[in-house]
Design a protein around this ligand. Structure first.
Ligand code: GAP
Length: 435
C-alpha cells in the first residue's frame, strides 16, 4: 500500500473522512468529515481565524452567501473564463485536464500496462467549472445562478459595506472561511482536488504603491503559519507562477507548495497580487464607486488586493501526510496538540467496575470543560492506546484502583508512550506544560 492509501484507510477507520454517499457508491470529488475530521477541520479554521483576525487590528471577518447575484460571476470573469482545458481519451472515453501533465502521463501508462500504446486525445475544449443552479420556481435563463467558485467574490461585493460599518482604514483585510464549489474535470488525489471544499481566504486592501511590500509581508507570514502548524520546513517551498499560468487579474502570484508523496511539490496555498482588478470590475458592473481617498495626499484611488487563499481539505491532507508515523507496533498521527481532534482521552481501566467508571466520568467531564476530550472503555488499555495514537490524541488518562485510594491517575504520552503518575488536580498543568 502507498502512504496515501494507508492514510485513506486510517482516516476512514478513525472517523476523519468518509466518501460522500458511500452507501450509494460515492460521488467523485465529494467527501464527508466524520467526528474526528470535523474537529481537525475546526481546529485548523480556529487557528487560521485566530492568527488572521482575532490577533490583528487590521483584519475583520465576514460570512457571505454561497449564492451571489449572478452578475458577480460575469463581472469577475468566471462565467467566460473560469475554465480548464478538457480532453477525452479516444480509447476509454475518460475525460481529463489537458494541463495536468502528470495525470495524462499516468493515464497513458495505465493503457500501456494493458498493451494499449495508441492513446489518442480529442482536441482540448474549454470546460467551465462553475456549478449552475436556478433561483426560484422557474428554470430559465433569467433564474440561473452559480454556486460560488471562490469565496472572495463575496468579500469584494461587501467591501463598501464593511468600510461604512466599521472603523477599518486602508490598509486592512477582510477574512472569510466558507464553502466553494468547482465542477472539476478530474477531481482526485483524495482530498487534494474536490468539487466541494472549504476555503480560508484573506483579501487585504492596500494602496497600489504598497502592494509589493505587502505581498512580501504576507508571503512570509503565511509560511510562518504553516511552520507553526508543524509542517516540515523541507516539505514546503515557494514557487512563483510563470506569466502564462497567472490568473488574468494577477500582477504576481506565488504558491506555497507542499511535497506530497507520489505527486511531488503541489500548491497548498495561493498568494496573489490581484491589483485593483476586482474592485474595478465590480465597480463597473454595479455602477458603484469603490475608490477611497488617501488621507495624506487627498488623491482618490482603487485599492489593490493581496490575497492569501488555502483550502481546508488540502491542508488537512498535507497534515495527515506530515504527521503520519508508522512504527513497528503502531501507527501515530503526530498532529500538534492544538490541531489534534482530542487533546485528551479518558479511560476507566475496567469497564465493568462502576466505581472506576464513575470516577473516570467525573474526570472526563472536568477535562471536557477545558479541552476537546474523548472517552473509551472498550477492549483492553493497549488497544485503546493504539486507537488514540491513530486519531492523534496527545494524552491518555487512565483511572485505576489506585486512583480511588490516592487521587492519582496514569497519563500516557502519544509521542513517547511514556507513562507518568500524577495527582488529578495537576492534570491540566501537566498537559499545558507538555504542549
Ligand atoms: N480566490 C483565489 C482562489 O480561489 P485558487 O488557487 O483557485 O485561488 C485557492 O484556490 C486555494 O484553494 C488553493 O491553493 C487550494 O488550497 C484550494 N483549492 C482550490 N481548488 C481546490 C479543489 N478543487 N479542491 C480542494 N482545494 C482547492
Amino acid at each position: 500500500m502507498s502512504i496515501i492509501e494507508e492514510i485513506i484507510a486510517l482516516t476512514k477507520r478513525r472517523g476523519f473522512v468518509f466518501p460522500t454517499s458511500d452507501i450509494y457508491g460515492g460521488i467523485a470529488g465529494f467527501y464527508d468529515l466524520g467526528p474526528a475530521g470535523v474537529l481537525l477541520a475546526k481546529h485548523i479554521k480556529d487557528l487560521w481565524w485566530k492568527d488572521l483576525v482575532q490577533l490583528r487590528d487590521d483584519v475583520v471577518g465576514l460570512d457571505s452567501s454561497i449564492i451571489l447575484h449572478p452578475k458577480t460571476w460575469e463581472a469577475s470573469g468566471h462565467v467566460s473564463a473560469f475554465t480548464d482545458p478538457l480532453v477525452e481519451c479516444k480509447l476509454c472515453h475518460e475525460r481529463m485536464r489537458a494541463d495536468q501533465e502528470d495525470e495524462i502521463a499516468a493515464h497513458i501508462k495505465n493503457h500501456a500496462n494493458k498493451g494499449e500504446t495508441n492513446v489518442l486525445w480529442t482536441e482540448p475544449r474549454q470546460f467551465n467549472l462553475l456549478f449552475k443552479t436556478y433561483v426560484g420556481p422557474v428554470e430559465d435563463s433569467k433564474s440561473v445562478a452559480y454556486l460560488r467558485g471562490e469565496t472572495c467574490q463575496g468579500i469584494y461585493s461587501n467591501f463598501a459595506s464593511v468600510m461604512a460599518s466599521t472603523r477599518v482604514k486602508i490598509p486592512f483585510g477582510i477574512a472569510q472561511i466558507g464553502k466553494a464549489f468547482r465542477n472539476e474535470v478530474t477531481p482526485g488525489k483524495f482530498l487534494f482536488r474536490l468539487r466541494e471544499f472549504e476555503q480560508m481566504e484573506l483579501e487585504y486592501f492596500v494602496k497600489p504603491n504598497e502592494a509589493t511590500t505587502t505581498f512580501e509581508y504576507w508571503k512570509e507570514e503565511r509560511m510562518k503559519w504553516y511552520l507553526s502548524l508543524g509542517l516540515s520546513k523541507d516539505k514546503l517551498r515557494f514557487r512563483q507562477h510563470e506569466a502564462t499560468e497567472r490568473a488574468h487579474y494577477a500582477a504576481d502570484s506565488w504558491d506555497i507548495e507542499y511535497d506530497f508523496p507520489d505527486w511531488g511539490f503541489k500548491e497548498l496555498e495561493g498568494i496573489a497580487n490581484r491589483t485593483d482588478y476586482d474592485l474595478k470590475t465590480h465597480g463597473k458592473w454595479s455602477g458603484k464607486d469603490f475608490s477611497v481617498v488617501d488621507s495624506d495626499t487627498n488623491e482618490r484611488y482603487i485599492p489593490y488586493v493581496i490575497e492569501p487563499s488555502v483550502g481546508v481539505s488540502r491542508l488537512m491532507l498535507a497534515l495527515f501526510i506530515n504527521s503520519f508515523v508508522k512504527e513497528e507496533k503502531r501507527t501515530v498521527l503526530a498532529l500538534k496538540p492544538a490541531l489534534a481532534p482530542y487533546r485528551v482521552a479518558v479511560f476507566p481501566l475496567l469497564a465493568n467496575k462502576p466505581e472506576l467508571t464513575s470516577k473516570a466520568q467525573s474526570i472526563y467531564h472536568d477535562m471536557k470543560k477545558q479541552y476537546s476530550a474523548t472517552w473509551d472503555d472498550r477492549g483492553n488499555i493497549g488497544k485503546r492506546y493504539l486507537a488514540q495514537d491513530e486519531i492523534g490524541t496527545p494524552w491518555c488518562v487512565t483511572i485505576d484502583f489506585t486512583t480511588l485510594e490516592d487521587d492519582t491517575v496514569t497519563i500516557r504520552s502519544r509521542d513517547t508512550t511514556k507513562q507518568d503518575r500524577i495527582s488529578i488536580p495537576k492534570l491540566s498543568d501537566y498537559i499545558e506544560r507538555n504542549i
